[in-house]
Design a binder for this molecule. Sequence first.
Ligand code: AP5
Ligand code: MG
Ligand code: ZN
Length: 213
Amino acid sequence: MNLVIMGPPGAGKGTQADFIKAAYKIPHISTGDMFREAVKNATELGLEAKGYMEAGKLVPDEVTIGIIKERLGQDDCQEGFMLDGFPRTTPQAEALDQVLAGMGRKIEVVLNIFVPREVLLERILNRVTCNNCKTIYNLRFLDDHETCAKCGGELGYRSDDRGEIAKTRLEVYLEQTMPLLQYYQERQVLNSVDGNREAPEVFEEIREILEKI
Ligand code: AP5
Ligand code: MG
Ligand code: ZN
């Protein structure tokens, strides 16, 4: 299954990716996670991406397309993959189609998770992630705000989850990523998912969509 998960910042792409990975055993490829890891390790890629991320802007297409090309060529992607946060611009979508065509493959399903703007901002400001196992939490549902319930790791905020940066990320989504919905609509692979419900309920709708392909 070759899958793309789309949706604005805070829609629940990463959260649903964890459910999908557990149920379908396909690799979860998140460009945001890849960039954050690179920033943490201060690699050349990380140094390049950092400034854009901290401003809430997109990392240049050629950089992002390059890392995705390399990742999709790896062995674990041969049976399928799930892209989260890529593509985010029309050139990225076109490059993805081209790379996949070269492998005799294509995108089979795109999930678009939609959530009202005020809910998105509230979720972003309440997000913490385990520094160790990367589990994503919503502080509203946590008693212990410091320790991961799964592994005991330390919970931390993302540096781009602050008010003004979060608003910029939403604007960037509206301007640069929303037009892609039309791109996938035309290719008849777009499926909308109501993300403004409890996470397991959202996953049930996703499961119904995925069972049909
Ligand atoms: P990226 O990491 O992709 O961030 P994003 O798109 O802004 O999305 P988020 O990760 O913020 O949200 P999400 O939808 O995954 O929500 P989550 O599940 O965590 O990108 C970061 C940056 O990297 C970009 O700004 C850019 O600079 C760069 N970048 C990445 N990809 C790029 C690309 N292709 N091109 C160029 N640059 C790129 O959930 C959010 C919160 O809500 C959590 O607290 C969660 O617990 C909670 N939650 C989730 N679902 C529910 C629910 N159903 N009910 C209640 N709470 C929920
Ligand atoms: Mg995410
Ligand atoms: Zn953990």
